[in-house]
Design a protein. Structure first.
Length: 304
C-alpha cells in the first residue's frame, strides 16, 4: 500500500528536525521544509513571488503611469488581493497539520483500514504514509515539493486556491507587462519572439542589451510559472471531477465519486461558494478525514 518513494528520506537537517513539531493548535511550528530539494524549491517560490510583485509595481507600473489615477489604484488593489491570497493560502498549506496525529485513530484495525509499521498506527481509507514527511497523511493527495509538505484532507482547500491564485497572478502579470517587454526588446516581431526564446543569443548578436536580457528572462520565468500552475490545476480539476486523490487516479480507484457539487464540498468545505474569496472565510469540512461516503452509499437529497 505504501509508495516506495524513499528518495531524500534521510536529508532532514537536525536543526529543521528540532524546529519541526506541531503546536497545541494543531499547526506546524516551522515553515521550513524537511527535505533539501524541497527547501531549494521553497526558497525559489518565497523569493520569486514577492519579487514579481516588486517588479510589476516598481518597474512596469511606473513605465505606464507617471501619476496616480483610477487605473493605477485598480491594478494595485487587484495585485494586493492576488498576492494576499497566494501568501495566506500557501502559509496555511504548510502550517495546517495534514497528518492523522491530532485525530483519534483507533487501536483496533477496522474494515478497510491499514496498519503503518513506521508510524505504528492504524490508518483510515485514502490515507498513506509519506516518506518525506515521515508520517501518515489523511486522504493523502500528493507531496508538494514547493511547500515541502503533503497535501491531504485538512489542507487541500488551501493548496487548490493557492495554485489558482498563482495561475491568475502569472496570467495577469504576463498580460500587464506585455507592452513593456515588447517596447524594451524593440525588435521586428520574428526577432522579438526569437529573443524571448534565446535572449543570450540576441545579446551576442547585438539585438538587445543586458537590460533586454533581464526583461526577457523575467517574462520567461512568468511563463514557466503559468504553465506549471496550469498543469497542476488541470490534474486537480480532473481529480475533483472524478472524486479521486492522485493515488486513486494512478490506480484507477473510483469508489468515492459522488456528484461534482459533493466532490467540491469534500475539498473546499460547506461554504465553497464564498470560500474561494479568501482563506479567512471559514468553510468547515464534512467529516474528520477518516470516514468517506462511497459512490454506492450516496443518496441524493429528496424534495419535500
Ligand atoms: Zn505512517
Ligand atoms: Zn509528504
Amino acid at each position: 500500500m505504501f509508495e516506495k518513494k524513499l528518495e531524500d528520506e534521510a536529508t532532514t537537517h537536525p536543526f529543521v528536525k528540532f524546529l519541526w513539531h506541531i503546536d497545541s493548535m494543531g499547526q506546524r511550528t516551522t515553515i521550513i521544509p524537511k527535505n533539501a530539494t524541497d527547501r531549494g524549491l521553497f526558497l525559489f517560490m518565497t523569493i520569486g513571488i514577492p519579487f514579481a510583485v516588486v517588479w510589476l509595481g516598481g518597474v512596469v507600473l511606473p513605465y505606464y503611469h507617471t501619476e496616480v489615477n483610477g487605473t493605477v489604484i485598480f491594478h494595485i488593489t487587484a495585485a494586493t488581493f492576488i498576492f494576499y491570497n497566494i501568501f495566506h493560502n500557501l502559509l496555511l498549506v504548510i502550517r495546517i497539520d495534514a497528518s492523522g496525529r491530532t485525530s483519534f485513530l483507533p487501536s483496533v484495525l477496522k474494515p478497510g483500514w491499514g496498519y503503518c509499521s513506521i508510524c505504528q498506527v492504524n490508518y483510515p481509507p485514502r490515507s498513506y504514509h509519506c516518506h518525506i514527511c515521515d508520517e501518515c497523511i489523511l486522504k493523502r493527495d500528493h507531496h508538494c515539493k514547493f511547500t515541502g509538505c503533503c497535501i491531504g484532507y485538512h489542507n487541500h482547500r488551501y493548496f487548490l486556491m493557492g495554485v489558482i491564485y498563482i495561475f491568475i497572478g502569472a496570467l495577469y502579470g504576463i498580460y500587464y507587462q506585455w507592452d513593456y517587454v515588447y517596447s524594451t526588446i524593440n525588435l521586428p516581431i520574428v526577432y522579438f519572439f526569437l529573443t524571448l526564446i534565446a535572449p543570450h543569443f540576441s545579446l551576442m548578436f547585438g539585438g538587445i542589451n543586458l537590460w533586454g536580457v533581464v526583461v526577457a528572462t523575467l517574462h520567461n520565468l512568468g511563463l514557466v510559472t503559468l504553465i506549471m500552475a496550469g498543469y497542476i490545476l488541470t490534474i486537480q480539476v480532473r481529480a475533483i471531477c472524478r472524486g479521486q486523490t492522485q493515488y486513486e487516479m494512478k490506480h484507477n480507484i473510483r469508489d468515492y465519486n459522488i456528484t461534482l457539487n459533493q466532490n467540491i464540498i469534500d475539498i473546499m468545505g460547506r461554504r465553497w461558494k464564498i470560500a474561494w474569496l479568501t482563506p479567512a472565510v471559514e468553510s468547515p469540512l464534512k467529516g474528520d478525514g477518516c470516514k468517506f461516503l462511497k459512490t454506492n452509499e450516496y443518496e441524493p437529497p429528496k424534495d419535500i
